[in-house]
Design a protein around this ligand. Structure first.
Ligand SMILES: CC(C)(COP(=O)(O)OP(=O)(O)OC[C@H]1O[C@@H](n2cnc3c(N)ncnc32)[C@H](O)[C@@H]1OP(=O)(O)O)[C@@H](O)C(=O)NCCC(=O)NCCS
Length: 160
């Protein structure tokens, strides 16, 4: 398990490697990866923050992306490589992207998560996110199937 000392966080969005990781992260059941072009567009948006979590050898283990507009931030994606999960990487990334949004003045983080994504729902619940809505058929996967989403929110002004 990579402990905090073995994990390096760096800002920025490397479109190709992010797209590769994202495709792996969402491949299993309901693929809906972002393309390299989508990440390249996000990188050009001055309202976005991207965080890379890398292992000791520089391998990309996970990524987080958020966009902040005034007091609201939106977590656009959070993904950890399938074989690097359950080691605390997602939690470190989530805290780091919340901090980045707070530095921009965000008071609330919003996100849409697949209603059946148990690991993600577990992580967000641990972090104090609460459901504020439900969107039927919100996510469309690579096979054209739709999946419900939960809308979650958390006040960033109440962080420890
Ligand atoms: C969600 C995701 C980012 C979690 O990454 P991770 O590095 O495995 O998460 P962590 O190891 O930091 O886990 C932190 C907490 O999340 C929860 N969690 C993580 N995996 C879980 C699982 N399989 N089942 C239930 N809860 C889980 C737990 O509360 C965990 O705390 P604990 O280890 O003390 O029990 C990862 O599973 C992932 O990339 N999933 C696919 C992409 C995705 O769904 N992203 C969210 C899109 S909005």
């Amino acid at each position: 398990m990579p402990g905090a000392t073995e994990l390096t966080l760096t800002p920025g969005i490397a479109a190709d490697s992010w797209a590769e990781l994202h495709a792996d992260a969402f491949a299993a059941e309901r693929p809906r990866p972002w393309s390299s072009a989508a990440f390249a567009n996000a990188a050009m948006d001055s309202a976005t923050d991207g965080i890379n979590a890398k292992g000791e050898d520089g391998e990309l283990l996970g990524v987080a992306l958020a966009r902040t507009l005034f007091e609201d931030a939106e977590l656009l994606t959070l993904a950890v490589s399938p074989d690097k999960r359950k080691r605390g990487v997602g939690a470190v990334l989530l805290r780091a992207i919340e901090d980045a949004a707070i530095r921009r003045g965000a008071e609330r983080m919003l996100l849409e998560v697949e209603a059946s994504a148990k690991p993600a729902l577990g992580l967000y619940s641990t972090f104090g996110y609460a459901q504020i809505g439900h969107r039927r058929g919100y996510f469309i996967d690579s096979y054209g199937r739709s999946h419900d989403a939960q809308i979650l929110a958390k006040l960033l002004t109440e962080l420890d």
